[in-house]
Design a protein around this ligand. Structure first.
Ligand code: SF4
Length: 222
């Protein structure tokens, strides 16, 4: 990318973040959990699903499965049935039980703290690894991109890519590391609840004023 374009995007991202931090000072994950493994499993359940739907299911599920052992010892058929109102529930049930087993057997029952280890778990890729690291360990070494962050980054021309991990890398280059903690929740929640996918009048929004062409860009959700 040309140096000028990169610098221009960097300046835009800075202004946008300043606005978001002021308008939404304390963004927090919407997933409900009480134990670390419940967060890991909730993150896995939330892939291509809404946090609201996941919370509806985990409201009763997490009364039964609290620890790594509870999930590692879960009966696959029973657990699959229990999460069957969530998208891709069969694969997710296998991945969650497999992940709990691996955490128990290979990580001493503790949730790993590094991306390198986390992506070894079944069903955990770059995005989920960084969500887990931030939420459980307060480690912000990456910017996870979900469908909302992707749409947001494309709308505001912060990336040339449509690939989630490449968008993460583009955002990581544009945004200073001290802001990654904020961005981890802030962009996801803003994209999900405020900056929605369906076209609506946008010209007068303070964010759009920072970069007016965004008013006419409505990237499709993936
Ligand atoms: S008006 Fe535009 S910038 Fe504001 S939330 Fe809606 S899409 Fe996002």
């Amino acid at each position: 990318m040309a140096e000028g374009k990169f610098e221009e995007r960097k300046a835009r991202a800075k202004k946008m973040l300043a606005y978001l931090k002021k308008a939404y000072p304390e963004p927090k994950t919407e997933l409900t959990y009480k134990t670390p493994i419940q967060l890991v499993a909730s993150v896995m359940l939330s892939a291509q699903s809404t946090d609201k739907r996941v919370n509806l299911v985990t409201d009763t599920l997490w009364k039964k499965y609290k620890t790594v052992d509870d999930l590692a010892n879960a009966d696959l058929a029973e657990f699959t049935k229990e999460i069957s109102s969530i998208t891709f529930y069969r694969n997710k049930a296998k991945a969650i039980i497999g992940t709990a087993k691996m955490i128990r057997n290979e990580f001493g029952g503790k949730i790993p703290k590094t991306e390198k280890e986390l992506v070894l778990l079944p069903g955990i890729a770059y995005k989920s690894a960084h969500v887990i690291m931030g939420e459980l360990h307060g480690i912000y070494e990456g910017i996870p991109t979900d469908t909302h962050v992707r749409r947001f980054a494309l709308r505001f021309d912060l990336t040339d890519s449509k690939d989630l991990t490449k968008i993460s890398k583009d955002l990581e280059a544009l945004i200073q590391k001290s802001d990654w903690k904020y961005v981890n929740n802030g962009l996801v929640l803003y994209g999900r609840y405020v900056c929605r996918a369906l076209p609506h009048p946008c010209e007068d929004h303070p964010l759009t004023k920072i970069w007016p062409p965004a008013a006419h860009r409505w990237p499709k959700a993936k």
